[in-house]
Ligand binder design. Structure first.
Ligand SMILES: NC(=O)c1ccc[n+]([C@@H]2O[C@H](COP(=O)([O-])OP(=O)(O)OC[C@H]3O[C@@H](n4cnc5c(N)ncnc54)[C@H](OP(=O)(O)O)[C@@H]3O)[C@@H](O)[C@H]2O)c1
Length: 299
């Protein structure tokens, strides 16, 4: 069995990993240890360690003490607009944090799996593959790309998984899709931009994809996003269609003023991931992901 340390375990993706790693499909393969800056949500049966990834010495020391085979790092400063104002925090969490964790992993020869973003690309081309050159636009994106580079530089065994627009049920914070569903359910009119294209990714599906990639011992960079890219407006229309809400509430707009600049078309090419997974695990498109949410309201 593999010992897997999940840093960022309270967060959106972290909580899905905690759920799936306990599932009978995976529980015979992995021994989970949860870590985060504090213990908010971790089930009692899972070991918890407090780790602040910005504290270099303690992070390295704790990783060495736990001695995991693999570390999955989902902890990050993820609020794209706030990163523009809180540059020091974003720098410490998204650049120094991954570097510190990678240094700890390198000392004990364990693997680091780190989550990155489609926003590392400038969005001029779309359908980005792993060999396309990143050109981040916002401060968040710059820190995430620099975090990738710092990890590679430590010469640790790494897997960088770039993902996009995570969605699914999560009681502690809304995501783009739960925000749309909430508004449509209340009958609120919403203005949604047509000019931003991404590959929406069901967090539940991504958690299972990551557990498969540990099992297959994959290294390097892999785009791990949902199957099929859509504009934000098309995403909203799909939400209305699948959850039977009125599409008339959704108004397309060309431009939406946001603090951080977003790439126009950051869609990710997932051919590499599809080849690795073969028919072992389905990569969900938005229809399948929304139907999954409809059928599993507590998952
Ligand atoms: N969400 C998306 O749409 C999206 C899209 C593309 C890529 N990604 C990437 O996917 C990963 C996971 O995203 P997510 O949405 O699951 O993130 P999240 O919900 O924001 O979770 C991050 C977790 O890290 C914790 N944390 C904060 N500071 C920490 C520190 N110093 N040391 C240790 N833990 C700390 C947070 O705790 P507190 O909540 O207490 O601060 C939180 O539990 C991130 O790397 C993100 O960049 C996400």
């Amino acid at each position: 069995m593999q010992k897997v340390l999940l840093i960022g375990a309270n967060g959106f993706l972290g909580s899905k990993l905690i759920y799936y790693i306990q599932n009978e499909l995976y529980s015979h393969k992995f021994i989970p240890i949860a870590a985060d800056i504090q213990n908010n949500t971790i089930p009692k049966e899972i070991d918890f360690q407090r780790i602040d990834i910005t504290n270099k010495e303690k992070t390295i020391e704790t990783i060495k003490k736990i001695n995991p085979d693999t570390v999955i790092l989902t902890a990050a400063y993820t609020d794209v607009d706030k990163c523009e104002d809180e540059k020091k925090l974003a720098h410490d969490l998204n650049i120094l944090g991954p570097e510190n964790v990678a240094l700890g992993c390198r000392e004990i020869n364990s693997k680091i799996i780190v989550l990155s973003t489609d926003f590392v690309f400038d969005g001029k081309k779309g359908d980005y593959s792993e060999i396309d050159e990143p050109k981040p636009l916002s401060y968040y994106a710059k820190t995430k790309f620099e975090g990738e580079k710092r990890i590679i530089k430590t010469r640790v065994d790494y897997l960088i998984c770039r993902t996009a627009v995570l969605y699914g049920w999560y009681p502690y914070r809304q995501n783009f899709i739960t925000w749309i569903l909430n508004n449509l359910e209340k009958g609120n009119k919403i203005n949604i931009v047509t000019e931003q294209i991404n590959s929406p990714t069901l967090a539940n599906n991504l958690a299972e994809i990551l557990l498969h990639l540990i099992d297959y011992n994959k290294s390097g960079i892999i785009h791990t996003a949902g199957d099929y890219a859509l504009s934000r407006y098309e995403i909203a229309v799909k939400c209305a269609e699948i959850f039977s809400f009125s599409q008339k509430l959704i108004h397309p707009i060309d431009f939406f003023k946001q603090k951080a600049i977003r790439p126009k078309n950051a869609s990710l090419n997932i051919s590499k991931l599809k080849k690795i997974l073969g028919n072992k695990l389905k990569i969900f498109n938005l229809d399948e992901g929304l139907n999954f949410m409809k059928e599993h309201k507590n998952l």
